[in-house]
Design a protein around this ligand. Structure first.
Ligand code: EPU
Length: 361
């Protein structure tokens, strides 16, 4: 199991830096929620800012390319990563500030996101309930600005702590610096100013506004209100509803490998949307404030007849066409072949290019 990586040049630099436990030949199959086969030649676990700094300062590993791994819930492995895998395991849950307007909670990047949601509710701190059961870790949440049932991470974000992978410096970023957008942030950007692969998020602070206001505008939640007659739900009630809705239409990654939605919901111009409606009046669409229209990718894929189908051992979930699943023993290549076939059908029928949500390695 764990093996200390030998320094290339055993000398004073090695002796002066604290030992770095670098594991070799680590299977990543259980570390990605699609359950795809991949092996990390080298993997290091970090549980604090200081631990990240030890990697950056290390004479051998400091300059090596790195791949940051959280809960592996937004990754498709098509090969073994050649970079040093930095597995983020920073623990901790605490309230850092409270005033008349909000409570600020801080969570370690390695904490399971759903555990954080449950913990806040158990402390009597509502605000994250709509984002219950989203798979992944706290540190991965800002990367793609996770969201569900009317609330996105950016709506509850205060700031985050990250360590620069070049300088080893600890920095604090506010929402503006994170450049949040729909399933996007500066941590996904590779161009100038982008932080993809350049830093490790170690802690995230969330701002839970006071007084708490329920967010129940999403259609599935409205249906629950109508069905139950509970017109004034508590945060716990919304948490229970969201868990039930998700369990009914999204597969549990522990049972059936998946990364949640595989594609983003595409945004088109009002004119493009009118053309599609003329041909397919049933299309599920949501007009946005800027005049553009968001289309339900799940509907587009479903309309092309993909629900429940498979390519090799990769398949389209039978209750939600936006979710690709590993039916058992699938490779990343099979998942990508399926994804490309879906993109082609949707493009040929609707003229829309679906953009994958997860990162492909
Ligand atoms: N639809 C179909 N067929 C399908 C799937 C969906 O016709 O097979 C239709 C549904 O009837 C519904 C519409 O498409 O009217 C939208 O579906 P749903 O409410 O399930 O939401 P979604 O747009 O597919 C998004 C997020 C989810 C999030 C839910 C709830 C994206 C890419 N996905 O899914 O996030 O949980 O809304 O807020 O934005 C994720 O990102 O991994 C994720 C699961």
């Amino acid at each position: 199991m764990p093996a200390s990586a030998p320094p290339t040049q055993p000398g004073s630099a090695w002796k002066s830096s604290p030992a770095l436990m670098v594991e070799e030949g680590v299977s990543l199959r259980t570390l990605n929620t699609l359950g795809l086969p991949a092996v990390a030649a080298h993997l290091v676990r970090v549980d604090s800012e200081a631990a990240v700094r030890r990697v950056v300062d290390h004479p051998q590993w400091g300059r090596a390319p790195k791949m940051v791994l959280g809960g592996g819930s937004n990754l498709v492995f098509t090969r073994d990563p050649s970079a040093l895998v930095v597995k983020v395991e920073v623990p901790g849950l605490r309230v850092v500030h409270e005033d008349a307007h909000a409570v600020i909670v801080e969570a370690g990047a390695g904490v399971d996101w759903h555990e954080l949601v449950q913990w806040t509710l158990a402390q009597g701190l509502p605000g994250l309930e709509n984002m219950a059961l989203i798979p992944g870790t706290v540190g991965a949440a800002p990367v793609q600005n996770i969201g569900a049932y009317g609330v996105e991470l950016k709506d509850r974000f205060h700031s985050l702590v990250a360590v620069d992978l070049i300088t080893g410096r600890t920095v604090e970023l506010d929402a503006q610096a994170c450049a949040f957008a729909y399933r996007d942030s500066v941590f996904k950007q590779t161009g100038f100013g982008g932080l993809a692969g350049k830093s490790v998020i170690t802690r995230v602070r969330l701002r839970l506004p006071k007084p708490w206001q329920p967010v129940v505008g999403y259609l599935d939640l409205q249906r629950r209100i109508e069905d139950t007659g509970v017109t004034d739900p508590s945060a716990e009630q919304i948490f229970d509803w969201v868990c039930a809705i998700r369990r009914a239409k999204l597969p549990d990654p522990a049972v059936l490998g998946n990364v949640g939605s595989f594609f983003k919901n595409p945004v088109v111009s009002a004119e493009q949307c009118r053309d599609i409606i003329a041909r397919d009046p049933g299309i599920v669409h949501y007009p946005l404030d800027d005049g553009t229209v968001k289309l339900a990718a799940g509907w587009l894929i479903d309309a092309c007849g993909w629900k429940g189908r498979s390519v090799g051992r990769a398949g389209v979930y039978d209750k939600q066409a936006l979710v690709l699943v590993n039916r058992g023993g699938a490779t990343g290549a099979e998942v990508l072949t399926l994804a490309r076939a879906i993109q082609t059908s949707v493009y040929e029928r609707f003229g829309i290019r679906l953009e994958p949500e997860p990162q492909v390695i």
